[in-house]
Ligand binder design. Structure first.
Ligand code: FE2
Length: 350
């Protein structure tokens, strides 16, 4: 929607407002040009020049459009999480997977969430809702779809990938609740039971009549790792399907950026560092490179909290070191976090 112009009394002009027209003196000299973002000291200077009003870009409509889109996203997201919860609980108590219902929900994820503007940032602000398992399933489905699109996967295959992402932990509906919801770390034997969810998911989906190999393998192999250190089959490299490799990256990204009872979430910048460290032996390096390249665009403009208590805006992300961006603090200092290794981002506070 095009921005409009409004006249603002000089005393009401605030930093961040944008000049809609050139600011011209009575002698015809351009003092400031159209599009200037006004800073505190510039406003003071304009007052000294004796201007009583300024033409300011009115972005109220644009802001209200962005708000409506965000509210729309939250609405669709929370309703999807509720419906996934219903379907998963049906699978736990009735031992039946409502495949048609879940496929419909996966299509909703592809249509509404994967294509939404700023989807990664939207998922970050929706971390406070309960029901981790169901939220995690919707998030992994959304991220798998987004990553799949970045990797150039065709739309019919993308739909299956999103469906597999939604179902990836369906086997957890067969794990006793005492283990699934245990507050704290699992013992070794409990962990073994938990790890069974990959095979159980595969089996229950097959029994329910699902015959897509892309989806079945995506679910069965989402904990396999390139070097054979994963489970349940310790598959290596090319024996792991493309869908399973994408879901694995989405799974790691979402799990690490979520708060759990036994550990705090980390920032996406820390996840990027993990992906960079694991991309050559555990995760697919080609996929990680493409995904990391796209991810950086989502973080420019984010307001972050630094470990020394300062707030800053991310203004530049270098492709070769995405976890250490350049930020601008609220005091106006530019900090290259690659050069200032003692300073780290501890939280995104948009
Ligand atoms: Fe899993």
């Amino acid at each position: 929607m095009p921005s409009e112009v409004r006249k603002v009394i000089i005393d009401d002009v605030r930093p961040g407002m944008i000049l809609a027209n050139d600011l011209v003196s009575s002698r015809g000299i351009v003092m400031l040009s159209e599009g200037t973002v006004l800073a505190e000291h510039t406003i003071e200077r304009i007052k000294c020049w004796g201007f009583s009003h300024l033409d300011i870009v009115d972005d109220t409509n644009e802001v209200s459009c962005r708000c409506t889109a965000k509210l729309d996203f939250i609405d669709k997201y929370t309703s999807l999480v509720d419906k996934v919860k219903e379907a998963f609980q049906g699978a736990r108590y009735c031992k039946r997977i409502p495949l048609d219902q879940l496929e419909y929900l996966a299509d909703q994820v592809t249509g509404s969430l994967v294509s939404a503007r700023g989807v990664i940032n939207s998922l970050h602000i929706l971390r406070l809702v309960d029901d981790y398992t169901f939220q995690h399933s919707v998030n992994v489905a959304t991220l798998s779809g987004l990553f799949g699109r970045w990797l150039g996967i065709s739309e019919p295959e993308l739909k299956k990938l999103v469906f597999a992402g939604l179902l990836h932990d369906i086997g957890k509906t067969q794990i006793p609740l005492a283990i699934l919801n245990k507050p704290g770390r699992l013992t070794d034997s409990e962990m073994d039971i938990m790890k069974g969810h990959a095979l159980q998911g595969f089996e229950i989906l097959k029994k329910s009549g699902l015959d897509s190999n892309i989806i079945l393998e995506g679910v069965f192999a989402h904990h396999e790792r390139l070097d054979g250190s994963g489970y349940p089959r310790a598959l290596k490299g090319s024996h792991i399907s493309q869908a399973a490799k994408i879901i694995a990256i989405a799974d790691i990204y979402d799990a690490m950026t979520s708060d759990r009872v036994y550990r705090r979430s980390v920032t996406p910048f820390a996840v990027i560092e993990t992906l960079c460290n694991e991309m050559f032996n555990k995760l697919d390096p080609t996929m990680c490179t493409v995904i990391l390249n796209y991810l950086q665009d989502f973080f420019i403009g984010n307001i972050v909290l630094l470990n020394d208590g300062r707030q800053a805006e991310v203004i530049y992300v270098d492709k070769t070191r995405e976890s250490r961006p350049v930020v601008k603090t609220t005091e106006g200092d530019y900090l290259d976090l690659e050069q200032n290794r003692e300073v780290t981002i501890v939280e995104i506070i948009n």
